[in-house]
Ligand binder design. Sequence first.
Ligand code: CP
Length: 316
Amino acid sequence: MKKLVWERKDLLGLADLSKEEVELILETAESFKEVSSRQIKKVPALRGKTVVNLFYEPSTRTRVSFEIAAKRLSCDVINIIADTSSVRKGESLVDTGKNLEALKIDIIVLRHNSSGAAHLLARNVGVSVINAGDGWHEHPTQALLDIFTLKEKFGKIAGLNVTIVGDIAHSRVARSNIWGLTKLGANVCVCAPASLLPAEIEKLGVRAVTDLDEALKGADCVNVLRMQLERDERSIFPSSLDYFKEYGITAERLKKLKKNILIMHPGPLNRGVEISSEVADGKDSVILEQVTNGIAVRMAVLYLVSQGKEKYAFNY
Ligand code: CP
């Protein structure tokens, strides 16, 4: 069988990818994971390339993880926080991108509060664009590292029962997980208060329920979403305490289930809001393993888009 070759210059979301492309990223990440356990944690794969992390929103995990991934591939890395750049003087995203391109960089990793920002930038620059989270739309590398972690734990994705709990309506993590998991054959259940479940979400091939105990029944894994407290909390749910009572993942709730289930969370955690500390730090939690796996997944994505850009330039 002919081996799939990555041909895209960008990674903008999982919705556009084929099952084979998702599998190629996961396989490439597997081969890069070992690099982080070496004494000298570096390979020359992207020596001479320059990556710019362009972040319009706060981030700890994604930004640092992309920086480490790029450095492990021997790239040069520049971090731009929009608040301390010429964005403050009114420069547009596209103009910022074109100026970075003029500085002969190779890859822009973009986090932006507007859905579609990564697509807009990718259409306007010849350098590779990686979406590091755009508004409510997608956070592809988060979903890929979630799926990578699941595959490590269960040895497969097809047939797994994965429940995603929380603010599904405003979650780019949920959307990218749904696209990736369903493409690979997992059974996905989404659970939230009715006000946080998008209309017709079932059309994406998932089961939608409002009762948490029902959603957890038979699950192999629960991926707990962060309550986005930077929004007006009262408009989402009466209070954090009420949310925790109805939708919080607690040891008491999990004890009622017949089997142990894997606990995932993209971070940052709101302890005592969507998850108890006992569960977050408990033996079934892989929350910090997800963070570690983010490096290998992002190394894979940086590597593949660099290959794809060369093909794109050739066909341009
Ligand atoms: N999971 C995630 O995107 O975390 P950060 O916002 O810290 O990057």
